[in-house]
Structures are given as C-alpha cells and as structure tokens.
Design a protein around this ligand. Structure first.
Ligand code: GDP
Ligand code: MG
Length: 162
C-alpha cells in the first residue's frame, strides 16, 4: 500500500486548500465556515513519481472535548494511522494555545512530522512563519496554499519524509 500523509490543524488554517495544492486539483472542500470537513477524506497524490495518500481531516468535532481536545485527538489518530503527519498553522495568526497543544502531542510521534506555516501570501509574513520554530517540530515550511507559493518545496519535503 502507498504511504499515508495526514494533514492536521485547527479549523480555517487552510488544510483543505493545502490538500488541493498537494493534489494539484480542486477536490477537498474549502469553506470560510470552520468545521466543514467533518470527516477524514483520503485522496491519491503524486509528486516526483511518488504516489501517496493524503488524508484531509476536519478540524472540529463539535462535542464535549472542546476545540483543543478535538484537534489533539485528531493528531493522536493521525499519528497512529499514517506514515507522516503535516501540521498546518496559520502564520498570519501565529501559534495559538491549540497549536501548541497539538504540537506537544505530535512531538511524541515516532513517525516524521512536518510543519506548514500557511497563508504566507507575502514575504513580509516570513518572520511570522519563522517564529513557528517555537513549536519544536523543526523547520516551518512557509507556504501560501491559496496562491501556491513554495508548495513545491513542501511537497519535496513530504515525499522525502514518507
Ligand atoms: P481548513 O478548515 O483548515 O480546511 O481551511 P480551508 O482550506 O477550508 O480554508 C479556510 C479559509 O482560509 C478559506 O477562506 C481559504 O480560502 C483561506 N486560505 C487557505 N489558504 C490560504 C492562504 O494561503 N492564504 C490566504 N490568504 N487564505 C487562505
Ligand atoms: Mg477543511
């Protein structure tokens, strides 16, 4: 079976938009309303001749655990069911308490974890992206899922990690 990349992160950080970038087509559901991608949806991706599966996760399961617990649970599930995890953070917001809680879970992962600093539409946001080194997950890959900025570099890192 081909390797699996799980994409996790808070609602509205641009996970589904980034998944569409990774796929090179529009397929994952993108919405301004947080919580639209409720279920985990798997897609086939291809980069540099390497096939892999991308799992887009919903950032929000309305329920008793709250957002932080929900996203942390999603990260736990991602770690146990995938070969690598991509955490997406909104660089225009910076690391929130929820991002830090998820990063703490992911730092225990035995599998590779990549960090995408999304919404870097403009190079003025590169400093904000660099501040995400604080999450302890290595290099933040600054990307703009919307405009495609640096998504090729992120894909190179993904297939190297898988
Ligand atoms: P998800 O909830 O994490 O899956 O986020 P979505 O992919 O649904 O995106 C949420 C919102 O962020 C949408 O309005 C997207 O158009 C917007 N968005 C996603 N990526 C970018 C980006 O790189 N730059 C900007 N400015 N907006 C983005
Ligand atoms: Mg989504």
């Amino acid at each position: 079976a081909q390797p699996v990349l799980a994409v996790v992160g808070r609602p509205n950080v641009g996970k589904s938009t980034l998944v569409n970038r990774i796929l090179g087509r529009r397929e994952a559901v993108v919405q301004d309303v947080p919580g639209v991608t409720r279920d985990r949806v798997a897609y086939d991706a291809l980069w540099n001749g390497r096939r892999f599966t991308v799992v887009d996760t919903g950032g929000w399961e309305p329920g008793a655990t709250g957002l932080q617990g929900s996203v942390a649970a999603q990260a736990e599930l991602a770690m146990s069911t995938s070969d690598a995890v991509l955490l997406v953070v909104d660089a225009t917001v910076g690391a929130t308490a929820t991002d830090e809680a998820v990063a703490k879970v992911l730092r225990r992962s035995k599998r590779p974890v990549l960090l995408a600093a999304n919404k870097v539409d403009d190079e003025r946001l590169l400093a904000e992206a660099a501040s995400l080194w604080s999450l302890g997950l290595g290099e933040p890959h600054a990307v703009s899922a919307l405009h495609g900025r640096s998504s090729g570099d992120l894909l190179d890192a993904i297939v190297n990690a898988l």
